[in-house]
Design a protein around this ligand. Structure first.
Ligand code: N01
Length: 493
């Protein structure tokens, strides 16, 4: 990443000012990369009072990352200290805070400062925060994340529940779980991590499942002190581990989801075997059996979910929910599932990129207007008519296939090559051409037909038109195409 190609500045403009929006994984990365290139005139605007993005927001029991920790790290800051192959969320949060401190970019964050409006006027971006602070910058880099707008289910009576009721991303740590009757709505990656973490603590756990999930049984061994010392002493081994896990992802899962039938057959078989071999009661097994293809929804990785579901105090509820009442959840068969605590593990709006920030581009055109039909970006990072405005992990980034950190590193290296055009005096502003963007999105839609995501299931991947918000090609293609911008596809003004 740090060796990403960057055009040598000719008549360097030292006055360029940047706004980085969001102090999550991508925002911290952006700030570090700007600094590395001597572009130190920036502020990171963060709406919360702490950095970390999704790892700050999510603190639920059992939270971990299901991408191996040796890959889920900045490539320039590999970490020998990870406790597990898939380390807990609190460790990941500490990692990002430590990296931000180490590179000194924590001092560049303006906390409690939500940008509510960004308008392109006279060749620069005018920004406004919710509390009325203003800034004028040359470039906006929106690192606003994907999965951070919790979805509350539209279930009758939700507000009437008498006990603590909260979304998984807003965990209420004051709510007592021990010895209580706890209900969880949803069976996504989040719920499947919470269930094993709390099953032994609660008196009764009711998991409300609308759709069953395929589960890949990935073990999560701890790294011994000896292994950590080895990685500490021999950074080349840490690098080898990074390359090893990267290759395993690229060669298997990342290929399978975009059409490699052999790889997909192996994943499907592993999920089927897991269900057949590890769920012993035939009735429970059938109720946990999905009726769509593995990885159509985001694949669940867990070797603790099925064992937890077979504990005597854990109940899988497959009857659909009629309404929520003060005493619990009433299902359509008339049964009241009495509860003390209700957890909404009902996911996120993954299509709200950048919004609710109001972004006004050239000619007063708003991003909401540009995206009225669909979130169409040029290679996920830019939008026609919005010069010097870039996004990290924007629409159709390969987030369902891979470590999002590597994606962000590739995208920021690409974006900074466009910034260099302005920095070196080649132009004042850069934006993708409308025709190139339309072509790219037409290609995306056509390629989606070969992916597993459109094979017949409901998932947060799909937008209102039924198109997945993901990258439908191989990871190698992403890396290749994002190596350097094709300048014939950009307007340089
Ligand atoms: O959310 P989800 P999530 N009545 O959207 C159900 C990432 N992540 O927070 O399947 C009843 O996957 C809904 O049912 P259905 C990862 O990318 C990563 O679990 O639509 N049920 C579904 O079961 C993941 O994909 C890690 O029928 C309702 C669930 O709620 C993404 O976050 C860990 C309902 C929502 O599942 C989101 O995962 C955790 C209703 N009205 C999460 N509405 C890592 O380890 C919704 N549901 C990296």
């Amino acid at each position: 990443m740090s060796s990403a190609p960057a055009a040598a500045p000719k008549a360097a403009r030292s006055d360029l000012r940047f706004a980085v929006i969001g102090a999550g994984m991508s925002g911290i990365l952006t700030a570090i990369e700007l600094k590395k290139r001597g572009l130190g005139n920036f502020t990171i605007y963060e709406k919360a009072d702490r950095l970390g993005g999704t790892w700050r927001d999510n603190t639920y029991p059992g939270l971990s990352c299901d991408v191996p920790s040796h890959v889920y790290a900045y490539s320039f800051e590999l970490n020998p200290e990870w406790s597990h192959r898939f380390s807990p969320g609190a460790e990941i949060q500490n990692y990002f805070e430590g990296v931000a401190r180490k590179y000194g970019v924590d001092r560049d964050i303006r906390f409690n400062s939500e940008i509510v409006r960004a308008e392109y006027q006279g060749g620069r971006w005018q920004l406004e925060t919710r509390d009325g602070h203003r800034d004028t910058v040359d470039f906006v880099i929106a690192a606003t994340g994907v999965l951070h707008k919790p979805v509350h289910p539209a279930i009758e009576g939700l507000d009437s529940f008498a006990g603590p009721c909260f979304h998984s991303a807003r965990w209420d740590h004051s709510a007592t779980l021990d010895g209580q009757r706890v209900g969880i709505i949803g069976t996504g990656s989040t719920a499947i991590q919470i269930v094993p973490a709390i099953a032994d603590r609660v008196a009764k756990l009711s998991l409300f499942q609308r759709t069953a999930q395929w589960v890949l049984p990935l073990p999560n061994p701890a790294y011994s002190e000896g292994e950590k010392a080895m990685y500490r002493d021999k950074p080349e081994l840490l690098q080898q581990s990074y390359v090893h896990w990267t290759r395993r992802f690229v060669d298997t899962f990342a290929r399978a989801v975009v059409g490699d039938q052999d790889e997909m057959a192996k994943i499907e078989q592993a999920c089927r075997d897991n269900l057949e071999q590890n769920v012993h009661d035939p009735d429970l097994r059938e109720r946990l059996r999905p009726n769509y293809r593995a990885a159509c929804k985001r694949l669940i990785m867990s070797d603790t979910f099925y064992p937890a579901m077979q504990k005597p105090n854990v109940d899988l509820v497959t009857e659909s929910i009629e309404r929520i009442e003060p005493a619990g959840v009433r299902t359509r068969d008339g049964r009241l599932h009495a509860l003390d605590v209700l957890v909404l593990a009902t996911g996120f709006d993954g299509h709200n990129f950048v919004r609710p920030m109001q972004v006004v581009g050239e000619g007063g055109r708003e991003l909401d207007q540009a995206w009225a039909q669909a979130n169409e970006a040029y290679r996920s990072v830019a939008v026609p008519g919005f010069p010097n405005f870039f996004m990290l992990v924007g629409p159709n980034s390969p987030i369902g296939n891979f470590s999002v950190i590597m994606i962000s590193e590739i995208q920021i290296a690409y974006i900074l090559q466009l910034v260099d055009l302005v920095r070196s005096g080649k132009c004042d502003a850069v934006a993708p051409k409308a025709a190139a963007t339309a072509r790219f999105n037409a290609d995306l839609r056509a390629a989606m037909q070969g992916t597993v995501w459109v094979s017949g299931c409901r998932s947060w991947y799909l937008d209102k038109n039924g198109n997945p918000a993901l990258w439908p090609w191989s990871f190698e293609r992403f890396r290749q195409e994002m190596q350097a911008p094709d300048l014939s596809e950009f307007e340089l003004t």
